[in-house]
Design a protein around this ligand. Structure first.
Ligand code: FRU
Length: 493
């Protein structure tokens, strides 16, 4: 597929129609790709990055996303669109937004959605990189939730505030006590930050100031900042994806929001996902009061092995973010995913001595859910865990291991197959008597690991041979015993 330059001054409807035709033309070819995931969201064809405009509108979940319909490379951004009743089965809808105006001709960048008195209202960044590069904030509305019109007052914010710079994007809008607030990501002089605006009607916005910024260790530019109450109001969180000289990860800052001062006073920062492939998550609150995050399960600079197959990019599984009774952040896959379960196999108190035969020999699958509970007190091994997507000869596999001495959990994809290898590691301290629980989702070319009730999460893309489908119990330096192990094969959607 070839990148097709966007013609200027063609009306929005026509640009969208062309983009939809390009997708339709390539959908069947893309379906044949051996790398397509079974139950994660992907665009039907072309390129996908950030989730945008997540909302439950008139009872249905809507997800928009950064999309280049004309090729599997990033290009002038459109907003792809899908909806779902359960966050698992997604129905693709026509492309919602396309670059068509002077203020967004370089791309319709990331943003968010609100329900404005029954009108589905999208806020996005208009990106222009021609003679005068610019990023401005825009709005588009829809009465049917499918066809969107760009507002005549666009751009609604057409220059960055003094505290920001050219990088001024990804508006996230929410309501607090009858006032609309918008946080926009930016950075200035090497300090990533988020700036805050407010509005009474959703169209006229007033600048408040810098709501939060890096202490010098958190990236030069913030992207996709999202500010929300957490744990039913016990705390506030700001998640942001960091741009800097190195590939950074996505962080969650925890603290208190002071609306009177327009400031988020953060006291603590954590990595939101320790895997190699998680970026630009966005959250929304649903009818059940759940704060749900969806992230892009890839990262800028990755190898993107699917590109020759006409597509690129997938969303990570939707996860509920909450605070535990102790005030710790937890990320749990939405329960709706249980509908994917097919065959179940359970093991209780199975062990393996280093060098001994693998008790999980009969388990096979490239789409699996695994729940494992290890009791370290019953293991003489200091490093233990599981290996998944293993080849018959044992040379290929992705290892998830806990190191008792280092107090670290890691996912090692050095021998996972094609693509980038590497080991990602997270601190995880087990108190005396505490068990290690792992909840793992494997889907063709991905692995997501939720450890200890969602305290630690890893999302990774992996590209093993299609025949590498085994699961192995690992005790790397002694005996390992798994107290309970439940494995389900998962169907495709
Ligand atoms: C984050 C990001 C956003 C931007 C979009 C462009 O991945 O860089 O800041 O709006 O992607 O596609």
């Amino acid at each position: 597929m070839e990148t097709k330059p966007m013609d200027k001054k063609i009306d929005h409807g026509t640009v969208i129609q062309r983009a939809n035709e390009a997708i339709e033309k390539n959908t069947d070819m893309v379906k044949k790709s051996q790398y397509r995931l079974g139950y994660h969201y992907m665009a039907p064809a072309g390129w996908l990055n950030d989730p945008n405009g997540l909302i439950q509108f008139k009872g249905e979940y809507h997800m928009f996303y950064q999309h280049h319909p004309y090729s599997s490379d990033w290009g002038p951004m459109h907003w792809g669109h899908a909806k779902s009743k359960d966050l698992v089965n997604w129905e693709n809808l026509p492309i919602a937004l396309a670059p068509s105006e002077d203020y967004d001709i370089g791309g319709v960048f990331s943003g968010s959605a609100i329900d404005l008195d029954g009108i589905l209202t999208l806020y996005y960044t208009g990106h222009v990189d021609e003679k005068t590069p610019k990023e401005v904030q825009c709005v588009a509305t829809s009465t049917d939730g499918i066809h969107f019109e760009k507002h005549t007052a666009n751009p609604i914010i057409d220059y960055p505030p003094v505290d920001g710079s050219f990088d001024f994007r990804d508006p996230k809008v929410w309501k607090h006590e009858d006032i609309w607030y918008m946080v926009i990501s930016t950075g200035k002089e090497g300090i990533g930050k988020a700036v805050l605006y407010k509005s009474e009607d959703g169209f006229k916005w007033d600048y408040i100031g810098v709501v939060a910024q890096s202490d010098g260790t958190l990236g030069e530019i913030w992207e996709c900042a999202d500010l929300f109450p957490l744990g039913r109001g016990r705390s506030h969180a700001l998640i942001t994806s960091l741009m800097g000289p190195e590939i950074e990860r996505c962080k969650i800052l925890l603290g208190e929001m002071d609306y009177a001062a327009g400031q988020f006073n953060w006291k603590h920062v954590e990595t939101m996902d320790y895997g190699f492939d998680y970026y630009a998550p966005q959250t929304f609150i649903d009818n059940q009061g759940r704060r749900i995050a969806i992230g892009w399960m890839d990262i800028w600079g990755a190898e993107f092995l699917t590109k020759p197959d006409g597509w690129c990019g997938a969303m990570a599984l939707p996860r509920v973010i909450d605070l535990s009774a102790e005030g710790e952040v937890r990320y749990l896959p939405v329960v709706e995913l249980e509908q994917l379960r097919e065959q179940h196999i359970a093991f209780r108190d199975v062990g393996r001595t280093f060098g001994g035969s693998n008790p999980l020999e009969e388990v096979k699958g490239s789409q699996l859910e695994i729940k494992a509970v290890f009791d370290p007190a019953a293991c003489s091994a200091q490093r233990f865990g599981l290996k998944v997507r293993c080849s018959e000869d044992g040379t290929q596999g992705t290892r998830i291991t806990y190191d008792m001495q280092a107090k670290k959990l890691s996912v090692d994809r050095s021998l996972a197959g094609l693509g980038a290898g590497g080991i990602c590691t997270a601190p995880l301290e087990l108190t005396a008597g505490q068990k290690l629980d792992l909840h793992i989702y494997i889907d063709t070319t991905s692995i997501e690991v939720f450890a200890n009730g969602g305290r630690i999460v890893f999302s990774n893309r992996i590209y093993p041979d299609v025949t590498s489908n085994g699961v192995e119990l690992l005790g790397l330096d002694g005996h390992v015993k798994v107290e309970s192990l439940d494995i389900w094969t998962l169907r495709s959607v």
